[in-house]
Design a protein around this ligand. Structure first.
Ligand SMILES: NC(=O)c1ccc[n+]([C@@H]2O[C@H](COP(=O)([O-])OP(=O)(O)OC[C@H]3O[C@@H](n4cnc5c(N)ncnc54)[C@H](OP(=O)(O)O)[C@@H]3O)[C@@H](O)[C@H]2O)c1
Length: 330
């Protein structure tokens, strides 16, 4: 089978398309004929040498996938041959990634793809959907009527947070970096949208939420905690989930005196059971139309290196050029 893989960490053009043996599913795994995969920023960090865990050689890149079960291990009961599934959490902790014609994945990381949902859509929603769900509901305990602030509402995570928060009865404020992206945030359900390039965020948030924000979700890799905590309401919660190298000053006084809570979130740390709650809910939300990920472009798997470069330029180097997920098809 063809796979997009690396033998050595480094720049995007280290990714090669090579012919390798099709994996054989172990007892609890299913073999999936991959219909679509999507790129996440973490794919580029791992490929670039972030060294979060040892990588096999060759290492197939990619966390997310959607496709069809073509073979199953002896102990798999959850899925049958022909089932359409999607999943994430691959390419980490010694597991191979997903950017290949076939992937063998433990069934604990897989969820049903609704009949009316395309593989491209399910793959695009995978990691970012689970992240948004974990943060809003399992960690942030969002209640209907609460005010949610999404810094980076136009991004892949942020756009999902807006849609899920709105569907749960949250009142959403979002930031974005252009008129087109602000309009999209409104379409996804944000009631108050701030162009962070044009307006003072603190002043704008105060106008919509004079008593503060109940749940502040920051997707920014350099979060401004002085500003964020200033915007929190009494008993406000903040989700931080980006910026491994960020070391911002933390304003203790305004934080504790409002009885606030801070949640660090890394989706990979959630157990398979915790992720399943999210995955099954996301399948339902995709089927009902509550969730619709924005796809920037669909590329052939052979352009995996170009896709990594695009994602890195946009998310790491803040050069723009993307509005939505990059999906690849084998
Ligand atoms: N902890 C976890 O489990 C987890 C899971 C998924 C992702 N992440 C991390 O979360 C981050 C976002 O991921 P993503 O996939 O959503 O990336 P993305 O699609 O590239 O989105 C980045 C967002 O940041 C916004 N942005 C850029 N500069 C900004 C600024 N100065 N002020 C406010 N917003 C700004 C962008 O807005 P415009 O495009 O409108 O300018 C866009 O909305 C990445 O660092 C990723 O590694 C973490």
């Amino acid at each position: 089978m063809k796979a997009a893989l690396i033998h050595k960490v480094g720049p995007p053009n280290n990714i090669r398309i090579e012919e390798i043996a099709r994996p054989k599913p172990k007892k609890t795994e299913v073999l999936i004929r991959v219909g679509a995969v999507s790129v996440n920023p973490i794919d580029t960090y791992i490929r670039g040498g972030a060294n979060y865990f040892p990588l096999p050689d060759p290492y197939i890149v990619g966390c997310d996938l959607a496709g069809t079960v073509v073979e199953r291990g002896a102990e798999v009961t959850r899925f049958s041959i022909g089932d359409r599934v999607w999943g994430s959490n691959q390419g980490i902790f010694g597991r191979q990634g997903t950017f290949a014609e076939y992937a063998s994945v433990d069934s604990e990381w897989l969820y049903d793809t609704p009949a009316e949902v395309r593989d491209e859509t399910a793959a695009a929603q995978a990691l970012v959907g689970i992240t948004a769900h974990l943060g809003l509901f399992q960690r942030g305990e969002l209640q209907p009527g609460e005010i949610v602030m999404v810094n980076g509402g136009s991004g892949a995570v942020g756009s999902t947070v807006i849609q899920l928060a709105r569907a749960h009865g949250g009142r959403v404020i979002a930031t974005a970096g252009s008129q087109e992206k602000c309009d999209a945030c409104r379409d996804w359900g944000a009631e108050w949208v701030i162009d962070y390039r044009q307006s003072d965020i603190t002043e704008q948030v105060r106008r919509f939420a004079p008593d503060g924000v109940d749940l502040f979700w920051d997707t920014n890799r350099e979060p401004d905690l002085e500003r964020n905590i200033g915007m929190l309401a009494r008993f406000g919660r903040m989700i931080l989930m980006a910026g491994r190298d960020a070391r911002p000053a933390f304003p203790v006084g305004p934080f504790y005196s409002k009885s606030c809570t801070l949640h660090g979130l890394i989706m990979f740390a959630a157990s398979a059971n915790q992720q399943r709650l999210c995955g099954d809910a996301i399948s339902r939300d995709l089927a009902s139309g509550v969730l619709m990920p924005r796809i920037d472009r669909v590329l052939p798997l052979s352009e995996a290196a170009e896709a990594h470069q695009l994602q890195e330029n946009a998310t790491v180097h803040c050069q723009g050029g993307l509005f939505g997920k990059i999906v690849l098809v084998p």
